[in-house]
Ligand binder design. Sequence first.
Ligand code: ADP
Length: 449
Amino acid sequence: MAGFDKVLIANRGEIALRILRACKELGIATVAVHSTADADAMHVRLADESVCIGPPPARDSYLNIPALLAACEITGADAVHPGYGFLSENARFAEILEEHDLVFIGPKPEHIRVMGDKIAAKQTAKRLGIPVVPGSEGGITDDVEAMLVAREIGFPVLVKAAAGGGGRGMKVARTEDDLVEALQTARSEAKAAFGDDAVYLEKYLGRPRHIEVQVLGDGEGAAIHLGERDCSLQRRHQKVWEEAPSPALNAEEREQIGETVAAAMRELKYRGVGTIEFLYEDGRFYFIEMNTRIQVEHPVTEMVTGIDLVNEQIRIAGGARLAIAQEDVIFRGHSIECRVNAEHPETFRPSPGRIAYYHVPGGLGVRVDSAAYQGYSIPPNYDSLIGKLIVHGRNRTECLMRLRRALDEFVVDGVETTLPLFRRLVRNPAIQDGDYDIHWLEKMLAETP
Ligand code: ADP
């Protein structure tokens, strides 16, 4: 195995620290990069070397490809880990690194590209035998054609922007009369947001859960699945609370969807970690997208499998084969992650500023992935995630009890955080029963803010 001597971490915050930890355990030297706003960040303090790559706006620093290439050159790094967000799903960035004899720790550029295009991704998933939402074969340009497709799949239908992202450019049409208007609005929103007015149609699912499957492949045709995560608790399409396993699936469903996805990844010769996202309703799975990167919520999978996903990512990128066979993946207990944001717990307004006091919970089965510390000033320039509280228990009940006490131990003073929201959620009967869909949290917040 080739392996690496030095990895440049092209990210910030908790994920930069997460990658740094994996590198240290592998005996690989680390290079942190940072904007001027992040000079005091924890990932900069803990890395072996650091390079300032630009001013606070992400487009001038964390998205600045020439500055990242220069940082690799100066430090002699031989690989780049992109984390999540920023350049992690930029196929061109992956190619540029390859052209400079640097390794992109991630999938093959062609797989990033195909999964980044919603219509191509859906067609690819379908070809690989992954169940998809019934809908139009591809983009739809003509209103008459749209009407025919909608009648065939049945109302309500969802009009989606081909170039969509973050839930934008989506419109529900409940009746035939709604459809013409929905098409028009979706097209103009898509044009304004993405400069591309292509749309497609899907059956609208009324009360689905969001269930996603974690995969790991070596790029040569070996691939396994590491079970699912249930990320149904969302606000404005942003995940808030994630758990593994899903309280909604039985063992047979779990094995079946896992095997379907793993077989698809073997056929694709997928490399590295990836997540296939589904909506799940009435016992059926419907593919919505594939994320070709490590995800924020990956720790819940690590807790129930004992497998370090970032370590595997780095080893595979370094040319190693898969060290784990499917039968070696054993699921133990239950894990829940809460995304603690520096935001007002009711209005969700960002709350940057100085953390005056910081105390993280501990004890058996408690993990905190965070780059925050006492005295740290959260800059206003980036997302508001300050840490993830991840708890593991032998079963879901133990996990919930442990989460409740860990949340009570967690203290962050000086800024507002979403911790009070989680203290409410963990005590809610519907959450305790695992009885929630993707609309549950927004409804709850609208009723009792
Ligand atoms: P984006 O890339 O904009 O995030 P997705 O296709 O991932 O778009 O969909 C975003 C969200 O919209 C999903 O998480 C789900 O909540 C909802 N959604 C997407 N497709 C459907 C559908 N066919 N029926 C109901 N809800 C859907």
